[in-house]
Design a protein around this ligand. Structure first.
Ligand SMILES: [Zn+2]
Length: 206
């Protein structure tokens, strides 16, 4: 779903409370429940920067990608946002206790397959016998593929009970709960945690 969005102004606007690059990707559409969410993937440049900062791409590749033709970049950006929204819909459905919708999984699956097809093995001295490399080494799809592989890891490897949505009513940030007692309730204690505590305190003392 395309949103009526505001664009982020900050130089590093990304939300890093997801604890997993695929969740950080979902959180790049900030303030989701509002009618005017903030789009932090406003340009292809943002997408490559996000992928690099999330550890999905090395910075040298990201810098080289940012110099590619902008027309193909904007097409990839659109696909990346669509991919993100399919993942968001899978998470939102799971969060309401329902199984993921097959059209969302099919779309994610197609992107994941394309990402695997864009990798090849090359000899490596260590630690294994081979490393994965993008092939071709520099196409605008690389950040999209890197995000797709991160999504695959999230969906297949992570315990679904650790994937949570912030408990604040006006926040749709998703995160991986790695706290000891698995009782993390907020995307951040500083932001939503404090705000909700104050809200509860005010309604209790009213
Ligand atoms: Zn929150």
């Amino acid at each position: 779903m395309e949103h009526d969005v505001r664009q982020a102004e900050s130089a590093n606007p990304f939300e890093w409370s997801g604890g997993h690059p695929a969740l950080d990707l979902v959180n790049t559409l900030d303030e989701r429940p509002s009618s005017t969410p903030i789009e932090n993937l406003a340009t292809y440049h943002d997408l490559t920067r996000f992928a690099a900062l999330a550890g999905l791409l090395d910075r040298r590749t990201a810098a080289r990608l940012q110099r590619l033709d902008s027309r193909s970049g904007s097409y990839i950006l659109k696909r990346a946002r669509k991919l993100r929204e399919h993942l968001h819909d899978v998470l939102a459905t799971a969060n309401s206790g329902r199984p993921a919708r097959q059209p969302d999984l099919d779309a994610l699956s197609a992107a994941i397959q394309a990402a695997h097809a864009a990798q090849t093995l090359v000899s490596s001295p260590s630690p294994g016998l081979a490393n994965r490399r993008w092939s071709p080494a520099l196409t605008p799809e690389i950040p999209l593929h890197a995000c797709s592989l991160a999504i695959e890891c999230l969906l297949v490897d992570e315990d679904r009970k650790r994937i949570r949505k912030c408990s604040a009513s006006d926040c749709d940030v998703y995160y991986l709960d790695t706290s000891k007692g698995r009782r993390r309730q907020w995307c951040s204690m500083k932001g939503c945690g404090n705000r909700e505590k104050q809200r509860r305190w005010r309604s209790a003392t009213r």
